[in-house]
Write a protein that binds this ligand. Structure first.
Ligand SMILES: C[S@@+](CC[C@H](N)C(=O)[O-])C[C@H]1O[C@@H](n2cnc3c(N)ncnc32)[C@H](O)[C@@H]1O
Length: 272
């Protein structure tokens, strides 16, 4: 029941770089950080950066019934509702869902929210969806391979036979291999916020977020490599995986900030 208490302060103990647990995300999104999240992502700048990429990809495939599994403060749920999709909004953090509901209300939408951890998604979310979106560098919160495989298997199972999963993550390859730099255009587009890695190794990317009022928060995340994510998607059963770098086909992009994978479930038999 602890996750239902309003937490005000992050706590990583005396040795923050040793904190590498999947379930930590619920405590990381403390009330004041959630209240500041939209300063970090800046809805207008983010919408301009995305150029309706997700809406176009979903429409192109004729998808209508969408499950947003990483609703956060509701940015994509609201974009998709506005574009006419049927949307269900899930997240493991009740604090995030409360903020998302409030944000959507301001745009004259009522969100259908479900608190659900991806590892047990089908226990709490019922029905089959045309598409699942897991966006905004969310999958990076899973620290063990077992958790990643279980979450992807749950996503796969919540999709209709020809459903698609759209999932993204930071370009951790470049952060791990060459060091951090960012265009600040597509995701964390807020102009008065600094979002930078404070510590990185193959098992942890600890990011520091500093806001205009000098308040500082952190997130401990697992640095996902692009080829690894593509491999996992294939291994859980997705048949075709299209990857993009900053919304362009990857071969057009040199060192994108973010990778986006569109994984299609529809089975293609060898003899077809
Ligand atoms: C980086 S935020 C992104 C939020 C939103 N998609 C955006 O782009 O602004 C990651 C979100 O994933 C959620 N999350 C992380 N791990 C989760 C898990 N295991 N199950 C369900 N939600 C999870 C967090 O609560 C948080 O709302």
């Amino acid at each position: 029941m602890n996750e239902l208490k309003v937490k005000m302060k992050q706590d990583y103990g005396s040795n923050p770089t040793t904190v590498r647990q999947t379930s930590k995300y619920q405590e990381e999104y403390v009330h004041p950080f959630v209240e500041k999240w939209d300063e970090l992502i800046d809805w207008e700048a983010r919408a301009a950066g995305e150029q309706e990429f997700f809406i176009k990809e979903l429409k192109k495939r004729g998808k209508k019934k969408i499950l947003d599994v990483a609703t956060g403060t509701g940015f994509h749920s609201v974009q998709l509702l506005r574009a006419g999709f049927q949307v269900w909004s899930a997240d493991g953090s009740p604090m995030m869902l409360a903020k998302a509901f409030q944000n959507a209300r301001q745009h004259n939408y009522l969100l259908r929210t479900v608190q659900a951890d991806w590892r047990w998604l089908n226990r709490d979310v019922h029905g089959r969806f045309d598409a699942i979106i897991c966006l905004g560098n969310s999958f990076t919160h899973l620290f063990s391979e077992n958790d990643r495989r279980k979450a992807l298997a749950e996503f796969y199972s919540a999709l209709k036979h020809d459903g698609v999963l759209i999932i993204d993550h930071r370009n951790y390859d470049v952060i791990l291999d060459k060091g951090f730099r960012s265009k600040h255009t597509y995701y964390y587009a807020g102009k008065n916020v600094k979002a930078e890695p404070e510590y990185v190794d193959e098992g942890l990317a600890r990011f520091r977020y500093e806001f205009a009022d000098r308040s500082v928060y952190h997130l401990n995340m697992f640095p996902l490599r692009e080829r690894y994510v593509r491999r996992l998607l294939g291994e859980v059963g997705f048949q075709r995986i299209y990857s993009y770098g900053d919304f362009q086909e990857t071969y057009h992009t040199d060192n994108p900030d973010f990778f986006i994978h569109i994984a299609e479930k529809k089975y293609l038999a060898n003899d077809e």
